[in-house]
Ligand binder design. Structure first.
Ligand code: FMN
Length: 198
């Protein structure tokens, strides 16, 4: 079977984090499956995530002009060279971190992700996020559904053939369950990487 590639968009400001362990376990799983991956580490790259006025006007007026910034083009090339796109991040204020939201503002540009689009349809879309809250709390408040709708229903939508949203819950430092669930969560991250393309 041919080697498949996952493009991972990783967004956490610190290596001293549970989310960093999720990235490491997940990529170990992909490597053990014989497949490959590339990572955009948004904070490390210093990826600019606020739109310029020019970028805004290009998208707002649906102008498919060939003047996208080099950093945006590089991200789009990574997507089109891959079979899966994976987002790994902590939940901040019931959303992805602002840096990842801004990544969508710029990289999901008109003519690439919508309109007469050049973005390929990927086989898999996957979200792995860590949350301080319990999954029960996120479900009861409707926040889990809202996060899924935004990430899968809008941002991934028909840009992937199959999408999945996985939450590693109870991971805030003041929650004693952080230690209890640590190994179990990382095993799931590893197994998800191992079986990503099955
Ligand atoms: C600025 C900030 C906002 C957060 N907002 C939420 C939130 O809305 N819901 C939630 O469940 N956890 C929230 N958390 C908790 C983080 O998701 C949690 O601490 C993180 O997943 C733990 O993993 P880490 O060690 O990788 O940071 C927030 C944390 C920070 C720092």
């Amino acid at each position: 079977m041919s080697v498949r590639q996952a493009f991972i968009v990783y967004c956490h400001p610190s290596d001293d984090s549970f989310t960093r362990h999720v990235l490491d376990a997940f990529t170990r799983g992909i490597a053990d499956s014989g497949n490959g991956y590339i990572v955009s580490d948004l904070y490390r790259m210093g990826f600019r995530t606020d739109m310029t006025e020019k970028e805004y006007l290009r998208d707002a007026y649906y102008k498919n002009t060939p003047d996208l910034a080099d950093d945006v083009l590089a991200e789009q090339e990574k997507i089109n060279a891959s079979d899966a796109v994976v987002f790994i991040y902590p939940v901040f204020w019931s959303e992805a971190p602002a840096k990842l939201v801004g990544w969508f503002d710029r990289v999901w540009s008109y003519g690439f992700a919508y309109g007469d689009k050049t973005m390929k349809t990927l086989d898999r879309g996957l979200i792995l996020c860590s949350a301080g809250n319990s999954i029960e709390n996120l479900e009861r408040t409707g926040i889990l559904e809202s996060m899924k709708r935004v990430m899968i229903g809008d941002r991934l939508k028909d840009r992937v053939k199959k999408a999945e949203f996985i939450v590693f819950d109870n991971t805030s430092r003041e929650n004693e369950m952080r230690e209890t669930y640590w190994d179990q969560h990382l095993k799931k991250a590893y197994e998800t990487g191992r079986h990503l393309f099955e």
